[in-house]
Design a protein around this ligand. Sequence first.
Ligand code: ADP
Ligand code: MG
Ligand code: MG
Length: 886
Amino acid sequence: KKMVYYFGGGKAEGRADMKLLLGGKGANLAEMTNLGLPVPPGITITTEVCREYYALGKQFPEGMWEQVLEGLKKIEDEMGKKFGDKENPLLVSVRSGAPVSMPGMMDTILNLGLNDETVEGLAKSTGNERFAWDSYRRFIQMFGNVVMGIPHDKFEHILEEKKREVGAKQDVDLTAEDLKDIVEKYKELVKKETGKDFPQDPYEQLRMAIRAVFDSWNNPRAIKYREIHNIPEDYGTAVNIVAMVFGNMGDTSGTGVAFTRNPSTGENEFYGEYLKNAQGEDVVAGIRTPQPLTKSQKTSEGQTSLEEEFPEVYKQLLEVREILEKHYRDMQDIEFTIENGRLWMLQTRAGKRTARAAVKIAVDMVKEGLITKEEAIMRVDPLLINQLLHPMIDEEDRKRAIAEGRLIAKGLPAAPGAVSGKVVFNADDAVELAEKGEKVILVRHETSPEDIHGMHAAEGILTARGGMTSHAAVVARGMGKTCIAGAESIQIDYDKKEFRVGDVVVKEGEVITIDGSTGEIFHGEVKTIPAHISGEFEELMKWADEIRDMQVRVNADTPEDARQGREFGAEGIGLCRTEHMFFKEERIPVVREMILAKTPEERKRALEKLLPMQRADFIAIFEAMNGLPVNIRLLDPPLHEFLPRTEEEFERTAKEMGLPVEEVKKRAEELQEVNPMLGLRGSRLGIVYPEIYEMQVRAILEAACHCKKNGIEVFPEIMLPLIADDKELAELKKLIDKVAAEVFLETGVEVPYQVGTMVEIPRAALIADKLARYAEYFSFGTNDLTQMAFGLSRDDAGKFIGEYIERGILEGDPFVHIDESGVGELIRIAIEKGNKVREGIKTGICGEHGGDPRSIDFFQKVGVKYISPSPFRVPIARLAAAQAKI
Ligand code: ADP
Ligand code: MG
Ligand code: MG
């Protein structure tokens, strides 16, 4: 069986698409060799061998060593050197390489093959004694650490001691004599630490190193990393054995890393750094400060770029860059070494990049003819786009703040963006301070619908309790506000108006900075940089729009949200909730009056006061969405949410209604429910108190007629929440049509309108054919549908869902990614049944899942017609919908 693949002399046995067998590094080394790039010869032991090694109880499979020796022979021939030779020794590096890049695995060993004899040979054959001994001391250090497990510090200590002794500032100032002495001390250290001499036989060294690479697949760091990133256990790692080329031969040598484009901005410019007279790891390890690759990258006079120092090599690198980008059709991250003015390539892979760079590179590459629009769309992670829509913390200032000890706590990154503001502890204070033009951050144990006005006024929200789908988190995401939820370590004292973390006390009015993308909470101000929506971003979005089938609407309760959503490309409102309109400061007394009314007459009186207010709300929203459909949901929450709670509220309501306080309290008590989420709410309100829905429908349609008169195009859709039975729907549809006829008669204007239903109770999904007789469209309220399908309260699940996921009972949070087999199946059934009765029935998603790429992919499969996320998720949904189509 073939266990070892050779590359060298312009030809390789492997290819880039053999990553699973050869690991990422090995496959790309082979590919670069075949491209004719200057890669030192080498061999790759396959990942299959690694798997067999473990199957055999950590033993090399039969025949492997012989194949390694054969490969080594080819490397020797290609290099004209011999492994272990006393005159002109071949040295190699031993590098791990899994199918996916995996930090946490074994570090690379360089200069393998050196011993007390070959080091002399290396010195003679190169005429460079210092270089030979430098390589030897590096080798003992790396091998001693990585293979023999001797702590790195112990080597560093010896090195530092010597530098101090001879007054050397940097490693490069040490002479050959100094280095010889260090090697002696290193060998003593190895003997002391392991009880054995440093292995002198190069073949023994090689066997030990290969074994160490295989073993590193199962070190705790690697296991943890695989767990977090869902990398299969049985991938195994390959081992690359590569002929050494030397960047540490003096001032005509060096080593560096580069990106074929700027990984942070995406600019089409060569970007990287290098170190003269250095080997591999020195650049990343920060032993000396590296120099820039290009002239334009220099930031100070003292720097010298590779472009100036090695103009020939630079020219060659530019060609390599060109070849690699053309070939891989993606931005590459490369490693190279210069040995006596000669360029060698040691690695290439797709480079990591910021969201901004990802978008720019994808769009640029389409224009350069390297990739298709579809490929460009697939290359950008929709969730990363979030980064482009919100301000971010300035990284330099963040580091400074951390150094000053101002990072005081961490919570859940519930809604992205970074903001600074003065701390307040209740919604009213937030409004008051915001009206004075201050930026505020609302800090609460948790939030409730009564805090909405404060959340609106605040720049950001910080809660001590609750999860990613808590009220604070959901509402903040909807509003596009920054939010950190569940910062358990902060202790809030509402009375003293302060919060504590350990012994830090933050009082009302003091400034904090929160980063909703990371969950970090800082005391004081940390600089932020504004959202960057570049031209390329817009362009990519346009392509996505051309490709996708699903419409993208927006969930918007206010004209501001509607405008924001529209600006981000929404094609209508998928869900306009009316309850928030009821919570406004000046309306709440009237709303309470309506709820606490005993007779229909009393109720009508209150509703008459609410009608003009509601009408005004809808006019503003229709204006904002001129020409686009607006789906309005009639009142949904349990009435008890609106009830007065405090003594003061009761007194005010009583006065307003002209009733004794005792009477008001009695009525409020009657409305209390044991389980309000399953109580008198949704369309049940419309059945029991038809006056409420009548008023709302009237307000919607009067607003629509008014707008139409003023030349605004309106397409109102009126939606009934929490329908469980077709008879509810039939009755309420009749009510809506009756009011519509009245309004059209009164105003002399007619507008097209549709009546639809939420599908959020499992029963509704199962009788969707019956519902479709009355409903012109379905909107899946996937939050409630998930809640009711699982019998799981979204507000309480946070306490135990983590454990469910950890134990593998749940695959993920069903409130984040749609549960395909259960909730998804209900959606599929409803669409199928709905279509039987009403062909091509319009179907949409208005839950949080409408902004989740993974769920969007599923919605495409089952034929959903539109998705409707919160405003700031609209661009994400547009891109994800295009990806779902491709
Ligand atoms: P990592 O995966 O941590 O980057 P690598 O195997 O790429 O590890 O190697 C670490 C460093 O050693 C890199 O800078 C690489 O370029 C350098 N290196 C690896 N093999 C050789 C070699 N044969 N000759 C010179 N430098 C090498
Ligand atoms: Mg590398
Ligand atoms: Mg609902």
